[in-house]
Design a protein around this ligand. Structure first.
Ligand code: C6P
Length: 421
């Protein structure tokens, strides 16, 4: 069980007010807040051992190098990777997916197929579109059903001999759907396709074990899991990373250079060109420590409770439509619309109450188009959110829906003068 009230004491920003009202931060799928433990670890790095890594023998560089390498090891353990060789630090999920798409596409040829799903974030569509354009490969999409879940009946007919890559999201950032990653990965393995898991919305919220899933690659962002912005992870199986060509060249990714040629450094540095984000790595390591201290299973349970509660309360509002599956089959987020109000206006109405949610297409335009909407308002939860905050959200939405109903009635009911005319 999580004591969210106690956890909140570690997050300075959660004490602030917005328009004189306590901040209710429900935009955690976009980015999460940072505990003092992460902020202090990064301050400590800059105040005491700021230095470049893997380059100098002086004391500061040794300390920074140890911290940077240990951050890789910590992340490897967190996701159950075999070792730090399998953990590449990038800028974010987007860069991790671009790295995978760029390097993997070097083995693609005309007629090969890349299978994605209809619920992907732009970051897991566009890099593959570009790879397909470069190589002549074709994109195919696993479809979603009326509940916002993937239609896994289609696995056999979509993934076949021509499939070379299957890239899909673990948890949808719009619908909240938790996909059956094991089943999709197993189908891809049968077809000998490489699997790439977009775990931007799963690794921060639930235990994720790459060995149990047996995925080949997995991408996620530090800033969505209490860490700083500017640091992300690409996990890859060592034997596959060994065979892959780098994406960026120069700096730490090199072991030997002549005027005409170069040899690559060992893993994971082969994929980390230039001076890396050392403070980001230090912050991410502190975030992993923090999350492990609370327990990923506990965080998952807490979010499930909040999601169940939010869905029960929001369902009672007549004018409100919720997208995606039932609470038991989703992660800690709820997307919705109030009839007649643009999602940006819903967000603005909530903002006036100090409640931060996101409104829009959430960087999943093809999915919004498929659903026949411009976007949704989305409330997304984390370990520091409380049942009281869900009450506030539901209360504010109820007020907004009632106001809207009155406004619609006023514009559609004829005035007395009009009635007597
Ligand atoms: N989704 C959201 O509000 P970056 O921006 O690189 O850290 O993460 C990209 C990304 C990739 N996949 C999924 C499933 C995601 O949800 C995100 C980020 C944020 O939904 C910002 S658009």
């Amino acid at each position: 069980m999580i004591n969210a009230k106690k956890i909140r004491e570690d997050f300075p920003i959660l004490k602030r007010k917005v328009y004189g009202k306590p901040l209710v931060y429900l935009d955690n799928a976009a980015t999460t807040q940072k505990p003092v433990q992460v902020i202090q670890a990064m301050n400590d790095y800059y105040e005491n051992y700021n230095s470049n890594v893997h380059r100098a023998v002086h004391r500061l560089s040794q300390e920074a190098t140890t911290a940077y390498d240990e951050a890789h090891e910590k992340v490897a353990k967190f996701i159950a990777a075999a070792g730090m060789e399998e953990v590449i630090f990038t800028k974010n999920t987007t860069e991790s997916l671009n790295l995978a798409a760029n390097s993997l596409s070097q083995q693609l040829k005309k007629g090969d197929e890349i299978v994605l799903t209809q619920m992907e974030h732009h970051s897991n569509i566009v890099p593959w579109q570009q790879a397909a354009k470069r190589t002549g490969a074709k994109l195919r999409f696993l479809e979603i059903d009326g509940n916002g879940e993937l239609n896994l009946q289609q696995l056999q007919q979509t993934i076949g001999k021509k499939t070379k890559i299957v890239a899909f999201t673990h948890v949808s950032n719009v619908l909240g759907t938790v996909n059956n990653a094991k089943e999709i990965i197993a189908a891809a393995k049968e077809a000998r396709a490489v699997t790439v898991l977009d775990a931007a919305q799963s690794v921060p919220h639930m235990p994720v074990d790459v060995k149990k899933l047996d995925c080949d690659f997995m991408a996620f962002s530090g800033h969505k899991m209490l860490g700083p912005t500017g640091i992300g992870v690409l996990y890859g199986k060592q034997e596959l990373l060994e065979k892959m060509e780098p994406f960026l060249y120069g700096g730490d990714m090199i072991s030997e250079v002549s005027f005409q040629d170069a040899k690559w450094n060992e893993l994971p540095w082969k994929f980390e060109a230039g001076t890396p984000n050392v403070s980001g790595a230090v912050g991410l390591a502190a975030a992993v420590d923090y999350l492990e201290g609370i327990g990923m299973e506990n965080i998952h349970e807490h979010e499930k409770t909040l999601t169940r509660m939010a869905m029960e309360k929001l369902r009672q509002i007549d004018e409100l439509t919720i997208y995606g599956p039932e609470a038991a089959r989703r992660g800690g987020l709820v997307s919705f619309n109030i009839n007649g109000i643009h999602p940006h206006d819903v967000s603005a109405l909530l903002d006036a109450e100090g409640i931060a949610v996101r409104g829009g297409h959430h960087c999943a335009m093809p999915l919004a188009k498929l659903l026949g909407i411009t976007g949704t308002a989305r409330a997304s939860f984390y370990l520091y959110n409380t049942p009281e905050e869900i009450e506030k959200l539901a209360g504010a939405l109820e007020t907004a829906a009632v106001k809207m109903k009155k406004m619609t009635a006023a514009t559609t009911t004829p005035t007395k003068a009009a009635r007597t005319a």
